[in-house]
Ligand binder design. Structure first.
Ligand code: AMP
Ligand code: MG
Length: 419
């Protein structure tokens, strides 16, 4: 029997994350694309508004535009209506002592300083009687009330949500400057892995992680090349790494990063680049490999990096899911040019107790119950994928900490981790 290799000291989750993220910076390459096609892309430049929004004073009601001082002095509240202003039409200035019929979104005529809603008026022939004493500015949305010309409405690094696209369009942006998509190559190791659709031989299991990880990468907006299951041979693994390194920003693998593992991923990455094997004091998870694969010299120009990042995830389905969410997600988002990548956590009440404290930082699958507290999935094994579908998120339970019923815990919803 060979002497066991001494284990590296365990890293805390925070230490591992800090080390990983310090290596990530935005990838090169930006493009201008139509705003209509820019959903989920990341801005590479600030979007500045070239105009005020709204671009003029507009009416917020259907009613009458008036001058408040015309109503102030005497008892005469009956005004002749000299113009009708629908939205999209330029008004004439409002003559003193008159009213203008106006509709929501229409330009307030120069000289008018309030809108009286039609419910507070009585129309008679060409006149209107105003039954209300408005304050100056009433029901007028001032020019620039939403956006001032020259202001930055969306900073570089923003991921474009539907609302952000709407905001950009509201200032007339037909195209946006975005970073290209992060290119990720992914492959899987393990002679036991079988694709759904194939018969399951004795000892085999389905390659569920291929579906989970590809889905996670696609949700983050990555361009994914899926090499599928790479035969568990050193040459094949090295060849795949070399090929993947040419055209990708990150190579992600799954399986074969445990200590004492028979897989060829570790020696293959070491031969083609460099690799650190981390033991992280987390559960599920623990092993994570981080490194880089060299790019062939002729393919490397001055602007491009000489290496492609490599991350090796553990094979257990819940471990690879959790390590992806906690480590790969923020790493990929930094490559994509985003700035705020930390998920926002909630403080919620544990409606369960967990008497046994674990030495590691646990990420427990839990869900929010109708009372607003958290229920725990009964089986927290890293092989039980059911927990990831049952749960709404992860409880981030610090090392050596038992959970008492009613205690407030840190909960990271999946909704924060899947985008
Ligand atoms: P490993 O990290 O390769 O030691 O694998 C740990 C456990 O995860 C083993 O039970 C593997 O069979 C399982 N596993 C590895 N890769 C996958 C995969 N792609 N899909 C489902 N289970 C996997
Ligand atoms: Mg394996």
């Amino acid at each position: 029997m060979s002497t066991p290799t001494p284990r590296a000291p365990m890293l805390s989750t925070a230490e591992a994350l800090a080390t990983l993220l310090s290596a990530a910076s935005p990838i090169d390459g930006t493009e201008s694309i139509p705003t209509l096609d820019a959903l989920n892309r990341v801005l590479s430049a600030d979007v500045m508004s070239p105009l005020d929004v709204p671009p003029m004073n507009t009416s917020a009601m259907d009613g009458y535009a008036i001058r408040t001082k015309d109503l102030a002095s005497d008892g005469n509240r009956r005004l002749p209506v000299l113009q009708r202003i629908p939205a999209g039409h330029a008004p004439e200035p409002l003559k003193p002592g008159t009213a203008a019929r106006i509709f929501t979104g229409a330009t307030v005529p120069p000289g008018a300083d309030a809108i009286v809603m039609q419910e507070q008026t009585e129309a008679a022939g060409n006149d209107v009687t105003i039954l209300h004493s408005p304050s100056p500015g009433e029901w007028i949305t001032a020019q620039g009330a939403d956006i001032r010309s020259g202001s930055i409405i969306l900073p570089a690094g923003t991921r474009l949500t539907p609302q952000a696209l709407g905001l950009a369009a509201s200032v007339g942006c037909a195209a946006l400057q975005v970073r290209r998509r992060v290119k990720v190559a992914v492959f899987f190791t393990g002679d036991e892995l079988t694709m759904p659709g194939e018969p399951l031989k004795p000892g085999a299991i389905y390659n569920s992680n291929r579906f989970t990880l590809r889905g996670l990468l696609e949700k983050l907006g990555c361009e994914v090349t899926d090499y599928g299951i790479v035969p568990d041979k050193l040459d094949a693994t090295r060849a795949t790494l070399r090929e993947a390194a040419q055209a990708h920003d990150l190579i992600l693998t799954c399986g074969g990063v445990s200590v004492g593992e028979e897989d060829h991923v570790k020696p293959a990455v070491e031969a083609e680049g460099r690799l650190s094997m981390w033991q992280i004091a987390m559960k599920p998870g623990k092993p994570l490999a981080f490194g880089a694969v060299r790019r062939a010299a002729q393919q490397t120009d001055a602007a491009a990096s000489a290496e492609t990042f490599f991350i090796g995830l553990p094979g257990n389905p819940v471990s690879s899911f959790a390590t992806f969410l906690l480590f790969v997600r923020p790493f990929v988002l930094l490559l994509a040019g985003m700035k705020a990548v930390a998920p926002r956590a909630l403080s919620l009440r544990a409606d369960f107790s967990q008497k046994k404290a674990d030495r590691r930082n646990e990420f427990l699958r839990a869900r929010i119950n109708p009372a607003g507290g958290l229920d725990l999935f009964p089986n927290q094994s890293s092989a039980v994928l059911t927990s990831t579908v049952w749960g709404d998120g992860l409880i981030d339970n610090p090392p050596n900490h038992a959970i008492s019923i009613g205690e407030t815990v840190r909960f990271i919803p999946f909704s924060e981790l899947l985008n």
